[in-house]
Ligand binder design. Structure first.
Ligand SMILES: [Zn+2]
Length: 132
């Protein structure tokens, strides 16, 4: 079954001319003797949500920095899990931001260079048990 298209109504201020509300079109000082005044109409235009998502995906870098500027969003850093493997025990730090996530696995039982995973697929392959 096809999902219905979701539309989002976004403000699209457009300029227009209306009859002068002071003189009702009879020309006065307010309308500079034109009988009309220019106003901005707070119109809303429907935009399909898919277009908004595509815009965000296509402009992720700009959108992310704008969100950081406006809302002070910073990447989230947290211990996501402890992975016990035959090769050792790792604490996994997940760094998430609007643009995505990466995982850093630190050996907790021994000193070793941390492992970096830049895709969930890659990380998931690492955290799978050695023997199933
Ligand atoms: Zn007028």
């Amino acid at each position: 079954m096809k999902k219905p298209t979701v539309t989002v109504r976004l403000p699209a201020p457009v300029g227009t001319e209306v009859k002068c509300p002071i003189c009702e079109g009879n020309k006065c000082k307010v309308c500079e003797f034109s009988g009309k005044v220019k106003v901005k109409v707070d119109a809303k235009v429907p935009v399909q949500r898919a277009h908004i998502i595509k815009y965000i995906a296509d402009n992720m870098k700009e959108v992310a920095s704008e969100l950081t500027r406006l809302y002070g969003l910073t990447p989230q850093v947290e211990t996501s899990e402890v992975v016990v493997k035959e090769s050792g025990t790792y604490e996994v730090i997940q760094v998430s931001s609007i643009g995505g996530a990466c995982w850093i696995a630190f050996r907790v039982d021994e000193l070793e260079t941390p492992k970096y995973f830049f895709s969930y697929k890659e990380f998931n392959a690492f955290r799978r048990p050695d023997f199933e």
